[in-house]
Design a protein around this ligand. Structure first.
Ligand code: OFO
Length: 174
């Protein structure tokens, strides 16, 4: 049986992962209409990955006899100045998610819930990868912007290839 404090922290994280999924879905639609099909494909997949993260927490909470409570999710932003600005927001968001996972880990230590702490290790490692992926995309966009605007076309192609290499979670992707 999971403690109230840990269950509460996980429910809050479920809300954040659901928000992440909606945020990336909204960003994907922006990219799609602004002529960045590769970035759109990448973000559609990222939205599904966030939903998978949310479900991982839901199943974990259920397995530990916690009560999953879906909280209201706020509307994500839908306008961005540029592709660079959009990915700056993505990186900022991932850094926020990393901090929130670390905070839950801290709570599990206080509550002596080493089982949840162990489960959180997967998410801690996942966040290293998420931040690093987003940082390298942003670095390339910055570099392309500094050289020539045609560089963004190539970045978009790279994002398309990156999206194709990712699992599709069995859902249709544009
Ligand atoms: Fe769920 O890792 Fe991104 O937000």
């Amino acid at each position: 049986m999971i403690t109230h404090n840990v269950a509460n922290a996980i429910n809050e994280q479920i809300q954040r992962e659901e928000y992440s999924s909606r945020l990336y879905l909204q960003m994907a639609t922006w990219c799609e209409v602004k002529g960045f099909p590769g970035a759109a494909a990448f973000l559609y997949k990222q939205a599904e990955e966030e939903r998978m993260h949310m479900l991982k927490f839901v199943h974990y909470l259920n397995d530990r006899e916690g009560e999953t409570l879906l909280k209201p999710v706020q509307q994500p932003p839908h306008q961005f100045e540029s592709l660079k600005n959009l990915f700056e927001e993505v990186l900022k968001h991932e850094q926020y998610i990393s901090a929130s996972i670390n905070e839950i880990y801290h709570i599990t230590l206080q509550e002596k819930d080493y089982t949840t702490g162990n489960t959180l290790q997967w998410f801690i490692n996942e966040q290293i990868e998420e931040e690093s992926t987003m940082r390298s995309i942003l670095d390339k966009i910055r570099l392309a912007g500094d050289i020539n605007s045609g560089g963004l076309f190539h970045i978009d192609k790279e994002l398309d290839a990156l999206a194709a290499a990712r699992p599709d979670f069995g859902l249709p992707i544009a």
